[in-house]
Design a protein around this ligand. Structure first.
Ligand code: BG6
Length: 458
């Protein structure tokens, strides 16, 4: 078995990383804008990003040339509701209508993420964001507006991008690191986002019965540094807490008993109401969106670096793997394992919503020779093919990213695109678009509906 004719070969971006125009046409300030401004003392904030807002027609015609079947993008909540829950911004509606019409005219299926790291800042000021249930109401209202305005053109929706990452990062939620109640607030936000996601799913099923909707989970496969039972247990527990427990909530509509137990032990049980159980149960996913890039190797250590999950651990280098400039591993075989693991556990169709390789890149004679990205694409698509062959219901692949975008925390020079954007961390230049070698490679994959002959040649 291989890729079906309906397989959604696509590309992805997100609003704050691609659009720019961060205060143009009435858009409100967001957590992502604030975070990028603080983080990057360079020009690489979300003010211009890839300048997608001003290159829409050009970019969609590049997508058409690429031959993609689908495009995953996010709607900026604050472009529609600058205050998060106040007045609707007509200019914001116009922008997304225009994009959807262009996609439709070019037979590209939109896959729309409702929230990708950019909570409207006003909601932080008013309610501390998702700490409060008022933010759930605001999110539901915004989602209902999206379904009403754009539902006739969108079949695939995604609720919240990488809630499992947001729940570990105070600044992605607009919280203060020094807050003595930070741990409780992180858990409350996490819980409230589950409810928000479920309410979006319920609304979507009610308002757009033909559509499919799911979450988008970050899922790096974790390896234990050694076969010492402590290292193995650590990798197992982390994988469970970070990826599988969230998937369990989205798919089965329950908070994992293991998570509840952890919250109890750590004294962080969030405020919950009886009716929440029904909301979670009624708002379950139609498919699983998975962002998968690489594997991470973890082990118990004496140092205090790494994730804050209540134990001391280090992210290690795996001696059997190659690493890129930002220390992300190159490990295609693990993708097949990850897809099988996910499918075996949850039995839901899977959409890879992000997968890609970042590099420092330059233009040479008007071209960008990104051979490593071509290899990455080839090797990962091969593993997707193997996973399908072994029975996984994989329905699409959205390459991250279509075009060079602002990295979520490492500036603009960390490039992921199939299309080069002529700007860098320090100089915005003219943002001219240049097709990289990988653009032509992916174009041939799509044309072949898989690796086909390309596979034979290598
Ligand atoms: C995912 C995010 O976690 O990883 C994207 O959904 C992000 O927004 C991508 O860009 C790559 O991470 P980074 O930090 O290199 O941009």
């Amino acid at each position: 078995m291989s890729f079906s004719n309906e397989f959604l070969w696509g590309v992805a971006t997100s609003a704050f990383q691609y659009e720019g125009a961060y205060l143009e046409d009435g858009k409100g300030w967001t957590v992502a804008d604030e975070r990028c401004k603080k983080k990057n003392k360079i020009q690489a904030d979300s003010s211009v990003a890839s300048d997608g807002y001003h290159h829409l027609e050009e970019d969609v015609s590049l997508m058409k040339e690429l031959g993609i079947k689908s495009y995953r993008f996010s709607i900026s909540w604050a472009r529609l509701y600058p205050d998060g829950d106040g007045k609707l911004n007509e200019k914001g509606i116009e922008y997304y209508q225009k994009l959807l019409v262009l996609l439709n005219d070019n037979h590209i299926e939109p896959i729309v993420t409702l929230l990708h790291f950019d909570i409207p800042w006003k909601l932080i000021e008013k309610y501390e964001g998702f700490v409060s249930r008022k933010c759930i109401d605001a999110f539901e209202r915004y989602c209902r507006t999206c379904f009403k305005l754009f539902g006739n053109r969108v079949k695939y929706w995604l609720t919240i991008n990488e809630q499992n990452v947001m729940a570990m990062m105070h600044d992605m939620l607009g919280l203060n690191k020094e807050d003595p109640k930070l741990s409780e607030k992180l858990v409350q936000c996490n819980y409230n986002m589950y409810l928000a996601s479920a309410k979006a799913i319920i609304a979507c099923h009610e308002m757009c019965p033909q559509a499919l909707i799911g979450p988008c989970v970050s899922y790096p496969t974790l390896y234990a540094e050694t076969c010492h039972p402590d290292d193995v247990a650590l990798a197992y527990d982390m994988q469970d807490m970070m990826a599988f427990a969230p998937m369990e909530t989205y798919v089965y509509g329950i908070i994992s008993p293991l998570v509840m137990n952890k919250w109890r032990k750590e004294n962080t049980v969030p405020q919950m109401f009886k009716e929440d159980e029904q909301i979670l149960k009624s708002g379950t996913a139609d498919y699983l969106g998975v962002n998968w890039y690489c594997t991470q190797t973890v082990g118990i250590s004496n140092s205090k670096s790494g994730f804050n999950i209540g134990v001391e651990l280090d992210i290690k280098k795996n001696p059997y793997l190659e690493y890129g400039h930002w220390d992300w591993s190159y490990d295609p075989k693990a993708l097949k394992m990850a897809l099988k693991e996910c499918y075996a556990r949850f039995k839901k169709p899977i959409m890879i919503c992000e997968n890609g390789w970042s590099e420092l890149e330059t233009v040479e004679d008007g071209k960008v020779h990104d051979q490593k990205r071509i290899d990455y694409l080839h090797d990962h698509i091969k593993q997707m093919q193997n996973a399908i062959d072994e029975g996984v219901d994989l329905i699409g692949y959205q390459h991250w990213s279509f075009i060079d975008i602002l990295s979520s925390s490492q500036g603009f020079d960390k490039r992921y695109g199939l299309v080069f954007v002529d700007r860098d961390n320090f100089n915005i230049k003219n943002c001219q678009r240049i097709k990289k070698d990988s653009f032509y490679y992916y174009q041939s994959v799509i044309k072949n509906n898989g690796l086909g002959e390309i596979n034979e040649e290598r």
